[in-house]
Design a protein around this ligand. Structure first.
Ligand code: PEP
Ligand code: MN
Length: 361
C-alpha cells in the first residue's frame, strides 16, 4: 500500500521540484519523534521529503550510532500519515536491503562512505536491478575524483536517478564551519555534471544554527537545485548533531527568508544589460591575461639574472614585501585578504616555475 502511495512516479515528481527541500532529524530516535517531526514538517507545506538517519556513522565509539532497522518502520508510518516520501543514509549492502524492504523512497550515501570505494561498491552492488533514486554526498576530503567515482559506481549499477549533495569538507583545526564549504569544488562538480541535480546541506557545513541561513542563501545564489536541512522537534535534546538542528517552524522562517532566484529569464532589458556587462568582463579578463603573460616574461628575465649570479629563486623578504603591498592596495579596492593571498600565491608559484625552468635549462 505504501508502494501505491509513493509509486515511483510520485517520487520522480517530487525529485523534479525546484527548489527541492528535504528535511528531518539527523537521527530517528523514537517513533513519536519521527512521526511528530514528519507531521510538523508536512504541515509547513514547504518540505518535499523527510530524511532521518537510521544507521549513524559516528566519529568516536560510544556516541549514539543510530536506532537501527526498527526505525525504518517508523519512517514508513510517517510516510503513511503525511504522504511525504522518505530518505535514509545507507553504507552497507545489508542496510540497502533493509531500506528497500521498507520501500524507502530515496537512499543517500554519506560523506564517510563516499571516501571508501570498497563501501561504495558494496552499496552499488546491492542496488543492482533496483529502481530507487540515490544521492551521493561529497567525500569528507576535498577530492572531486572520489566524489565522481562514487557517482560512477552507482550509475554503473544501473541506478538512473542520481543526485549529489554538497555537505562541505573537513579540515584540521578550528574554522568557522564544521565542514568548510569550499564552494569552488561544488561549482566545478556542477560544471562537470551539468545535468545532475545538486543540493546543498547547510546543516553539516555549518554545524550550528546561526550560519544556516547564509549558507542556504549562498547555495541558492549558486543555482543549487535544493536543500537538505536537519530539523528536530526539540533540537537541543537531539541525540546527534543537536547544535545544528532547527525546529520545523524555524525551518519555515529560514526558507521564507531566502531570496529565491532563477538561473535565467527572458526579460529583454535584463538580457541586454547582462550581455554588455559580460562583454566588459571578457575584455578585462583578456587584458589581465595579457598582463600576466608580460609579468611572466619579466620573471623569466629575472631568472636569467639570478642564474648568472647564482642567486636562489625564492627570496622571502621580497615575497613579504609584495604581499604587504598587495594587501594595502587590494583593501582599498574592496578585494578580500583571502582572495589576494590565493591570487598572489598562484601568480608567485607560476613565476617560480618559470624561473625554475630558466635556471635549470
Ligand atoms: C547526516 O546526514 O546526518 C550525515 C551523517 O551527514 P554526512 O554524511 O554529511 O556527515
Ligand atoms: Mn547529522
Amino acid at each position: 500500500m505504501e508502494q501505491a502511495l509513493n509509486s515511483v512516479s510520485v517520487v520522480d515528481d517530487v525529485l523534479n521540484k525546484r527548489p527541492l527541500i528535504i528535511s528531518g532529524p539527523c537521527s530517528a530516535e523514537t517513533e513519536e519523534q519521527v512521526i511528530e517531526t514528519a507531521t510538523r514538517l508536512a504541515k509547513t507545506g514547504k518540505v518535499d521529503m523527510l530524511r532521518a538517519g537510521i544507521w549513524k556513522p559516528r566519529t568516536r565509539p560510544g556516541m549514539f550510532e543510530g536506532i537501527g532497522t526498527k526505525g525504518l518502520s517508523w519512517l514508513a508510518q510517517a510516510r503513511k500519515i503525511t504522504g511525504l516520501p522518505v530518505a535514509v543514509e545507507v553504507a552497507t549492502a545489508k542496510q540497502v536491503e533493509d531500506a528497500l524492504h521498507f520501500d524507502i523512497d530515496l537512499l543517500w550515501i554519506g560523506a564517510r562512505t563516499t571516501v571508501n570505494p570498497f563501501s561504495v561498491q558494496e552499496v552499488a552492488d546491492a542496488l543492482r536491478g533496483v529502481n530507487v533514486p540515490v544521492l551521493v554526498k561529497n567525500p569528507i576530503n576535498p577530492d572531486l575524483e572520489l566524489w565522481t567515482g562514487a557517482f560512477e559506481r552507482v550509475a554503473k549499477a544501473g541506478i538512473k536517478k542520481i543526485g549529489l549533495i554538497h555537505r562541505g569538507f573537513s579540515s584540521y583545526g578550528n574554522t568557522e564551519y564544521r565542514n568548510a564549504p569550499m564552494w569552488h569544488l561544488a561549482i566545478e562538480m556542477k560544471r562537470r555534471n551539468p545535468e545532475i541535480m545538486m543540493i546543498n546541506d547547510p546543516s553539516h557545513i555549518c554545524g550550528n544554527r546561526t550560519m544556516l541561513q547564509d549558507v542556504a542563501q549562498k547555495a541558492i545564489d549558486l543555482d543549487f537545485d535544493g536543500l537538505m536541512i536537519e530539523s528536530h522537534i526539540d533540537p537541543d535534546k537531539a541525540w546527534s548533531d543537536a547544535k545544528q538542528q532547527v525546529t520545523p517552524e524555524r525551518l519555515v522562517e529560514l526558507l521564507n527568508g531566502i531570496k529565491w532566484r532563477h538561473e535565467t529569464t527572458d526579460a529583454k532589458e535584463f538580457v541586454v544589460a547582462l550581455e554588455k556587462l559580460r562583454e566588459q568582463i571578457n575584455h578585462i579578463d583578456d587584458e589581465l591575461m595579457q598582463l600576466l603573460g608580460q609579468r611572466m616574461k619579466i620573471a623569466d628575465k629575472i631568472g636569467e639574472y639570478k642564474k648568472n649570479n647564482s642567486i636562489t629563486i625564492l627570496q622571502t623578504n621580497r615575497w613579504n614585501e609584495i604581499l604587504e603591498r598587495a594587501f594595502k592596495k587590494g583593501e582599498a579596492l574592496g578585494l578580500s585578504k583571502e582572495f589576494i593571498t590565493k591570487y598572489y600565491d598562484s601568480v608567485h608559484m607560476e613565476s617560480i616555475n618559470h624561473q625554475n625552468r630558466i635556471m635549470n635549462s
